[in-house]
Design a protein around this ligand. Structure first.
Ligand SMILES: [Zn+2]
Ligand SMILES: [Zn+2]
Length: 477
């Protein structure tokens, strides 16, 4: 087709859309159109190529005390500390051997003032700057050469393989077209041709969740009967009616006058009460997990809600809300899953979308000796074998997201952070403990015996609230 015609048509469509919007705005009022401008739904994530993990070598650690004892047994006399001549370079008292931990008394200052040392106990050679690298060696997974640190950023250091014989580098260079090669000569920085690794040093200790704390809410401030509260939760959370519709239904059907704001306030208190129970429940888990992000409004802005979910047991394990779709949020979301495991399974797999933040999160955990596989299902069609194999799992979480959005849509536009986060917590409690699942033969994902024989949903909500209050008292006693 002629490009001019397409341009003309697009302009026309844009113009028509504007006219329609203007008309609708006049008809409905402008509030409806406040949000779409910054709708993040199709915002692409930053294209970032994340390479494979490096080879992380932890050099053999020795114990100088054991070595000194061995020496004593073999030679029949102790190994003496280094005797220093008057004019020899001093060794700082705080310096010790990175390999065996021998104190400064056993260290030679090797080549006068250049900062090289040698340990008399284990013979390890090192210098003050490379100390750290004696503790952990990072090597290129393609050529096994040591990586070089090239940048220090706020959250991570960047390491690069500078080996010109590296197979990664060679295949990247050979893969350039003639035109690209010309460009590459002019501006090599514009191309990523070398293996890169980001070593995270963000202030986050994995698997360090505290024990549950008693929530500071007083449910006795809820001035409706527990049955009424159960009804409200059933309409609002299970059936996804808006707080306003729930209030109207309470009035019209049950003859109970309650404002939609009071409903939201009550739900906040219930969510705070249920959250420790939901988060610390001893779930029985599989080793297949999937994660996805969806969007919710917090304080009038779009935020990301990260869902991580046991794909086999259908249990939601992690649901942090963050203003950013970044690596730190992905790390937190995955950590929330990991802390719920009795031990980390060997074949642990997370199925996620193509966002590179999950690979960076994987690298972060690998640095802390926690390893798992990340399978990325990319795009809408199966163009690679991984996408083909794991798409069914991805679709499971997409269905979960649709269920959530179905229930959330009506309630969307919370006034406060707690408002929307409270709804998410209630949704997770409902999903894990109260909602029958067709693929689980109509059972709820987590069967609590005390709830099983209760005849109706409002009574089940009431019992769930009771159970979590009881549980938190036992845990914090
Ligand atoms: Zn040593
Ligand atoms: Zn290399």
């Amino acid at each position: 087709m002629f490009p001019q015609i397409i341009t003309y048509l697009l302009t026309l469509i844009n113009y028509q859309e504007q006219v329609i919007r203007t008309l609708l705005t006049l008809l409905i009022g402008k509030s409806m159109f406040e949000e779409p401008k910054e709708t993040p739904v199709n915002k692409p994530y930053r294209k970032l190529q994340v390479d494979d993990l490096p080879i992380i070598e932890q050099p053999e650690k020795l114990d100088y005390k054991a070595l000194l004892k061995e020496f004593q047994e073999a030679k029949g006399k102790p190994l003496k500390p280094v005797q220093r001549r008057k004019n020899s370079t001093p060794v700082p008292m705080s310096m010790n051997c990175p390999k065996c931990g021998a104190p400064s008394d056993y260290l030679y200052a090797n080549n006068g003032g250049k900062g090289q040392y040698q340990c008399k106990v284990c013979e390890c050679l090192f210098n003050a700057k490379s100390r750290y690298h004696k503790e952990l060696i990072l090597k290129c997974p393609h050529c096994s050469k040591s990586l070089e640190k090239i940048k220090e950023r706020k959250d991570f250091n960047v390491f690069k393989c500078k080996n010109n014989e590296c197979s990664y580098y060679k295949s990247k260079i050979n893969g350039l077209s003639r035109k690209e090669k010309k460009q590459f000569k002019k501006d090599p920085q514009a191309f990523k041709v070398r293996y890169i690794y980001r070593e995270f040093h963000i202030d986050f200790q994995p698997l360090s969740k505290d024990s549950p704390k008693k929530p500071k809410v007083d449910l006795s401030k809820i001035y409706v009967s527990s049955h009424t509260l159960g009804l409200i939760l059933t309409y609002h959370v299970n059936y996804g009616l808006s707080a306003r519709k729930t209030a109207a239904l309470m009035k019209d059907v049950h003859g109970i006058a309650i404002s939609h704001q009071t409903i939201l306030n009550y739900e906040k208190s219930v969510a705070v009460t249920l959250k420790p129970y939901v988060d610390y429940y001893p779930y029985e888990l599989s080793d297949q997990f999937c994660g996805d992000e969806t969007y919710i409004r917090v304080n009038g802005r779009w935020h990301y809600l990260f869902f991580f979910f046991d794909a086999v047991k259908k249990i939601i394990l992690s649901y942090p809300v963050s203003p950013n779709r970044d690596t730190v949020s992905a790390i937190q979301a995955i950590d929330e899953v990991l802390v719920k495991m009795k031990e980390i399974p060997e074949n642990l797999t997370f199925v996620v979308d193509g966002n590179p933040i999950y690979l960076l999160a994987q690298h972060f955990f690998a640095q802390h000796d926690i390893s798992f596989d990340i399978k990325q299902v990319i795009g809408l069609t199966n163009e690679d074998p991984v996408s083909e194999e794991f798409r069914p799992l991805k679709q499971i979480i997409e269905r979960l997201n649709r269920t959530f959005k179905g229930n959330y849509r009506s309630t969307h536009g919370f006034g406060s952070e707690q408002g929307s986060v409270a709804f998410v917590t209630l949704f997770v409690a409902y999903f894990n403990f109260l909602r029958p699942h067709s693929s689980l033969e109509g059972k709820v994902p987590v069967v609590i015996p005390e709830l099983e024989h209760i005849a109706n949903m409002p009574a089940r909500w009431t019992k769930l609230i009771d159970l979590s209050q009881q549980w938190i008292l036992e845990q914090t006693a």
